[in-house]
Design a protein around this ligand. Structure first.
Ligand code: HEM
Length: 360
C-alpha cells in the first residue's frame, strides 16, 4: 500500500512505552519522519510489570478428542480459577498434522510471581504426574518474557484479544513502528540495544514418560490472530476465497517444512468456546530459532508474501472491512521457557523441534 502523505500525524506515538525508552545502540529500520500508510495500535501494560506470562495448556488424543481428554482439559480450566490463576484465559482447538485433536487453554498473567506460585502448586495436576497411563496426552508450553522482550500490533483498537486482555493501560494511539519489514524489531523495547541473537539449539530428551524440552536463549514466539466475526457476508466470502487459503498454505509450510528455515513448531489454531463450538477467530502460534528467522520468513518467503499481498488486495477491495488482525511476539531467554509433554506424539510442539542438518 502506498504511503499517504496526509498521515504525517504528530499524534502518532511510539509502540515503545516511555519507561522502556533508552538511547538506541541499534538503529531503527524506519527513519524519524516515517509515517505509516494505515493505522495500527499496540497495548500498554502497567508500568511496574516486569514480565508477562503466556501459557498454553493442552490435551491431545487421536481425533475425535476422547471423553477422558475433554475431562482433563476441563480440570485444567478449573485449576485456572484457583488463587494466583491467570488474568485471562481462553480456549482453542487444533487438529495437528498427525491427526490428533488438541484442546488448548491459553492463559495470561501480568504477574510472573503469581504465575510461579500457581504453577508450582498445580504443575503435577496439569501434566498428569503420577496418574495411570491414559489414552490421551497432556502438554504445557509457557513463556515468561520480560515486558521489554514483548511487542504487540493490532489492526483495530477495539479488539482486546490474547495479550491485550492483560493490558491494564489499554490500547496506544496510532503507533509509528509498523507497515514496513523490520517494524516488529523496532517495536521491541529490548531490541533498542540488543541484537537478540540466538544461542544454542533445543535439546529434546528421548526418555519415556514425562519429557521436558531444554530450550535456548533468544528463541522467538509469535501468536498472530485473525478475527472475521464482525465481517459482513461479502467480506467473509472474500476473506475465505482469497486470504485464508494463502494463510492456510503458509501455516502448512511452517508446520511441515518450517524446520528448514528455523521454525521449530507451528500450529494453525481455531478459537473455541470450550464446549465444542468454534469461534470466528483463528491464530498461528509458532516457535522460532530466532527473531531474525521469523523476520526473514515474513519479509521474503513466498508463503507470507502471498498472505501479505492477499490481505492488501482484500483491504483495498473491501474499504472499511472489519477483519481484525492481531500479533504478539516474545523473545525469551532459556529460563523464560517451559515445555513439558506427557504421553504426546513425537511431533507435538517443541517435542518435534529440530534444526536442519548442517546448520550451526
Ligand atoms: C507482518 C499480514 C499472518 C508473521 C505482517 C504485516 C502484515 C501482515 C500486513 C505488516 C504489519 C505492519 O507492520 O503493519 C498478515 C495477515 C495474516 C498474517 C493478513 C493472516 C491472514 C501471519 C502469521 C504469522 C505472521 C500466521 C506467523 C506465524 C508476521 C511477522 C511480521 C508480519 C513476523 C512482522 C515482520 C516485520 O515487521 O519484520 N503480516 N499476516 N503473519 N507477519 Fe503477518
Amino acid at each position: 500500500m502506498a504511503p499517504d502523505p496526509s498521515r504525517q500525524d504528530p499524534a502518532i506515538e511510539s509502540s515503545i512505552p516511555r519507561h522502556f525508552t533508552v538511547k538506541r545502540t541499534r538503529p531503527k529500520r524506519a527513519g524519524a519522519g516515517y509515517a505509516p500508510p494505515y493505522p495500527s495500535y499496540s497495548v500498554r501494560f502497567a508500568e511496574g510489570v516486569s514480565n508477562l506470562v503466556c501459557a498454553f495448556l493442552g490435551v491431545q488424543s487421536r481425533a475425535p478428542l476422547s471423553h477422558e481428554a475433554k475431562v482433563a482439559s476441563a480440570g485444567m480450566w478449573e485449576l485456572c480459577a484457583n488463587e494466583d490463576g491467570p488474568m485471562s484465559r481462553e480456549h482453542a482447538v487444533h487438529t495437528d498434522e498427525q491427526g490428533f485433536d488438541n484442546q488448548v487453554i491459553i492463559a495470561y498473567w501480568d504477574d510472573v510471581d503469581a504465575y510461579g506460585r500457581w504453577f508450582k502448586k498445580h504443575r503435577d495436576a496439569l501434566i498428569g504426574a503420577g496418574l495411570e497411563p491414559s489414552d490421551y496426552g497432556r502438554w504445557i508450553e509457557a513463556v515468561t518474557p520480560e515486558a521489554r522482550g514483548f511487542e504487540t500490533l493490532y489492526s483495530s483498537n477495539t479488539f482486546p484479544e490474547g495479550a491485550a486482555r492483560m493490558a491494564t493501560g489499554g490500547f496506544t494511539g496510532e503507533i509509528q513502528e509498523h507497515g514496513y519489514w523490520g517494524s516488529m524489531r523496532d517495536r521491541l523495547p529490548i531490541a533498542q540495544t540488543d541484537a537478540l541473537e540466538p544461542v544454542g539449539d533445543p535439546v529434546v530428551p528421548r526418555n519415556p514418560g514425562i519429557v521436558r524440552v531444554e530450550p535456548h536463549d533468544n528463541l522467538a514466539v509469535i501468536r498472530s490472530g485473525q478475527d472475521w466475526s464482525l465481517c459482513d457476508d461479502a467480506e467473509r466470502a472474500s476473506y475465505f476465497s482469497h486470504v485464508e487459503p494463502q494463510l492456510k498454505a503458509g501455516m502448512d509450510f511452517l508446520t511441515t517444512e518450517g524446520a528448514s528455515i528455523g521454525c521449530y513448531a507451528n500450529r494453525y489454531m481455531t478459537s473455541s468456546d470450550g464446549n465444542g463450538n468454534v469461534l470466528e477467530q483463528s491464530f498461528g502460534l509458532s516457535f522460532w530459532h530466532s527473531l531474525e528467522d521469523m523476520e526473514r520468513w515474513a519479509e521474503s518467503h513466498p508463503t507470507h508474501v502471498a498472505i501479505f499481498r492477499s490481505a492488501m488486495t482484500f483491504l483495498q477491495a473491501n474499504a472499511g472491512a472489519r477483519l481484525r488482525l492481531s500479533h504478539e511476539v516474545a523473545v525469551v531467554s532459556r529460563d523464560q521457557q517451559y515445555y513439558e509433554y506427557n504421553n504426546c506424539h513425537a511431533g507435538t510442539g517443541m517435542l518435534g523441534a529440530r534444526r536442519p542438518l548442517g546448520t550451526a
